[in-house]
Structure formats: structure tokens, C-alpha cells
Design a protein around this ligand. Structure first.
Ligand code: SF4
Length: 407
């Protein structure tokens, strides 16, 4: 049986490399044109070539989103772009427009064409239709239940990709014009202003419907479906997708690393104990900056389970340093500062394919060998001795106990 693919997001080359190092089998990115989130993308064609080269070293794949809903003027340069992606060795394009799907098949036949979640595919009949149109994979709607995903995969002759983690739309993805109406930024051409997540005062006949300090937001909690990984593997879903091309390096490393461990553990033992699953869930809370829920996996969620600000987990630990180097003999670690920290705090080191290790931070030194009371300059290179063995590309978190989340 082919092993399920773990598909990570990346907003730039650094995050792409990190995602692959932490266990992603494939990474999806957006170019500067034709993609939702194109405003945030740093991937020109030269960066895409470098991404493919790096991915090849790890036998990983690069998918490129071309998932805007194009208007007449949006086709300019598309043919050349598709050919450049094909030539660069990109594995697949993720497409929302049927016109672009057919066009891509014709002008760049080596590229797989994956049907974007923007199409809201929720059943095997629509997936069969995409198969008959020659598409290579279908990304299901985030509004599918586990039952929908299992049944659709069972009856589909085309590989299925399902979302497992990250942001949700409060409307069906790809069918929202809230941002268009409120900000004139077209959500379906890469401009969503996330108007659903703003805070609103609600009135009925001029009377407020809530207290002054309890504003209403339509924002949905993020999805976290780690407990469904065994069922998704058993169902022979082809790919598990994590949302978040705008997310930080720390988020990518924590989330990808955790799902990697969970997937590998299930393939190894065919079982994940409740205790082990609890550790994965706890690990994911260390990365969250928004509350999470299981989305539609258990069927239509009630508003209390889905809407923001009711239940859920939050950040419990803070990313403070990136490991640039570690000398096993002297135990000296070279660190790059990411957030304020001092000596004598409890920390945790984590890295790709390894167990987390807790330790107390020792005295910090500058490059001039002066003692540093507080590491507070982002990206500053500092030194310390560590009693636990770390490796280049590991990350260090400050352990924060019972911290209330700020949303
Ligand atoms: S406004 Fe909200 S629901 Fe609408 S597209 Fe943007 S994120 Fe999704």
C-alpha cells in the first residue's frame, strides 16, 4: 500500500525547506500570480526551481497553487507560466478554474492537475466527474465529514486529498464574497481580507444584541484532525493537507513534525494508544495561535463547537531560538534568537524525527564572549552550553505553564 502523503504549506523558501526537513512529503506553494494568497508569496520562478531542487534531495514533491477564479484579464502570461513550472520539475498544479485545468493539461501535460478545494467537492459523483475530465487528484472540501471522506475515497478512481489542520472559512471555501463586499478585495483572486474574523457589534432594530465587551465574530476555530489520522490512512486517502502558507517557521516545524510522528507511528504499529494520541494533541497546542476544533469531521458542527471564543486549546509554549550548530564534545550550542529569553528558564528542544527534550537554559554569551542577561534581539547569534544533545535545525521553546491565550 502506498504510504499516505503529508502535504505542508510554505510561504517562502526557508519555510519550505523546514517543512521538508521536519517530515513533509510534499509542499504546496503559491507563485506571484494566479494564486490565492499571492500577496504573501515569495516564490518567483527562480525560487520555485530552487524549491524543486531541494525537494528532490529528500524525494519530496512541489505543488503550485493556481487557484484563483480568473476574470478575462487574468489569463495573460498563464501559458508561459505553466510551461515554466513543468520545466522546473514541479509535480502538480492545484487549480480552481475548469478553463485553467483544461489549458494546463494541453500546454503542460507533464504537470499533474489537482482540483482545488475551492471547488467544494464533497462526494464521489463529483470526483468521478473530475476523473472523467482527466484530473489527477481531487482536494475535498473542508466541509466534508470523515464519513464523506471515507465513502468518497472508496468509490473514487482518482486520488483524494483531505484537509487535516489549519484555518477554516466560515462559508464554503471559494464561495465567499464577504471580503469583496466589505473591502473590495476579491477573496477568489487572492485578496481575502478575512472579514469574517473581524469583530462586529450586532444590533436589532437599533438595540445592541450583546454586552459592550462581547463583540461578535464569525471566525471559525482552526481545524485539528489528528485523532482521525488512523481512519484516514485506513481509508486509503492519498494525501493529508495542512493549511497555512502565512504561518511561521515555528508553527510549520511543530505541526508538520507532530503529524509526521503520528503517521509513522500508525504505519509501524497499526495502533495509536489514547495516551500517545494525547501527547500529539498536546504537542500541537504548543504551536497554535488560534483555538482548534475538529471542523466537520464528526458531521455538521454546532456553533458552540465551531465558533471562536468558546472552547479549545491554545499556545502553551513559546519559540525562543533556532539551533544553528551544536558541538557534541564541548556541548556548546550556537543559537539564533527568535523571542526574548534569559538563563535559568525551563526549555524544551525539538527537532525532525526525534523525541522532545526538556532542560534548564544555562548562561548565555554573545559572539564577543560577554555574558548576556537577556537575549532579546531577533536573529542575534548567541552561545550557551546545553546539557541535552541538539542538532542543527532543531528549535527551542520556553515552557510556559498555564498561560492564558490571547486571541
Ligand atoms: S472572509 Fe472569511 S469565510 Fe470569507 S473567504 Fe475570507 S476567510 Fe473565508
Amino acid at each position: 500500500m502506498k504510504k499516505i502523503e503529508l502535504l505542508a504549506p510554505a510561504g517562502d523558501l526557508e519555510r519550505l525547506k523546514l517543512a521538508i526537513r521536519y517530515g513533509a512529503d510534499a509542499v504546496y506553494i503559491g507563485g506571484k500570480k494566479f494564486s490565492l494568497r499571492s500577496r504573501a508569496s515569495n516564490f518567483g520562478i527562480e525560487q520555485i526551481k530552487e524549491a524543486v531542487q531541494f525537494a528532490n534531495e529528500y524525494e519530496a514533491h512541489i505543488h503550485v497553487t493556481i487557484n484563483m477564479l480568473p476574470h478575462e484579464e487574468d489569463f495573460e502570461g498563464l501559458e508561459e507560466y505553466l510551461k515554466q513550472l513543468e520545466e522546473a520539475g514541479v509535480t502538480a498544479v492545484i487549480v480552481a478554474s475548469f478553463a485553467i485545468m483544461k489549458f494546463a493539461k494541453r500546454v503542460a501535460p507533464k504537470l499533474e492537475v489537482h482540483v482545488s478545494t475551492q471547488h467544494s467537492s464533497t462526494n464521489s459523483s463529483v470526483v468521478s466527474f473530475w476523473k472523467s475530465m482527466g484530473m489527477d487528484r481531487v482536494v475535498l472540501a473542508r466541509e466534508c465529514s470523515l464519513k464523506d471522506i471515507v465513502e468518497t475515497t472508496k468509490h473514487s478512481k482518482v486520488p483524494i486529498e483531505a484537509f487535516i489542520h489549519g484555518g477554516m472559512c466560515i462559508s464554503y471555501s471559494g464561495r465567499c464574497t464577504l471580503s469583496n463586499n466589505m473591502t473590495t478585495r476579491d477573496a477568489n483572486r487572492g485578496g481575502c481580507a478575512q472579514s469574517c474574523r473581524w469583530k462586529y457589534r450586532l444590533y436589532e432594530d437599533g438595540n445592541p444584541l450583546h454586552k459592550e465587551d462581547q463583540l461578535f465574530s464569525m471566525s471559525s476555530k482552526d481545524l485539528c484532525a489528528i485523532e482521525y489520522i488512523p481512519a484516514l490512512i485506513d481509508a486509503q486517502v492519498a494525501s493529508l493537507k495542512i493549511e497555512g502558507r502565512m504561518k511561521s517557521q515555528y508553527y510549520i516545524a511543530t505541526v508538520i513534525g507532530t503529524y509526521r510522528k503520528c503517521i509513522d507511528a500508525y504505519y509501524e504499529t497499526k495502533k495509536i494508544s489514547p495516551e500517545l494520541m494525547a501527547t500529539y494533541k498536546q504537542e500541537l497546542t504548543k504551536a497554535e495561535n488560534r483555538r482548534t476544533a475538529i471542523g466537520f469531521y464528526d458531521g455538521m458542527p454546532k456553533s458552540s463547537a465551531h465558533l471562536y471564543g468558546v472552547n479549545g486549546s491554545g499556545v502553551s509554549q513559546e519559540f525562543i531560538a533556532y539551533v544553528l550548530d551544536y558541538n557534541k564534545e564541548t556541548k556548546v550550542a550556537t543559537l539564533e534568537v527568535r523571542n526574548n529569553f534569559t538563563a535559568n528558564i525551563q526549555c524544551e528542544a525539538f527537532g525532525p524525527h526525534k523525541q522532545n527534550q526538556k532542560f534548564m537554559m544555562n548562561t548565555l554569551y554573545t559572539q564577543d564572549n560577554e555574558v548576556l542577561e537577556v537575549a532579546k534581539t531577533p536573529m542575534q547569534v548567541i552561545y550557551t552550553t546545553l546539557d541535552v544533545e541538539v542538532s542543527k535545525h532543531d528549535m527551542i521553546r520556553k515552557v510556559m505553564i498555564n498561560k492564558e491565550n490571547v486571541y
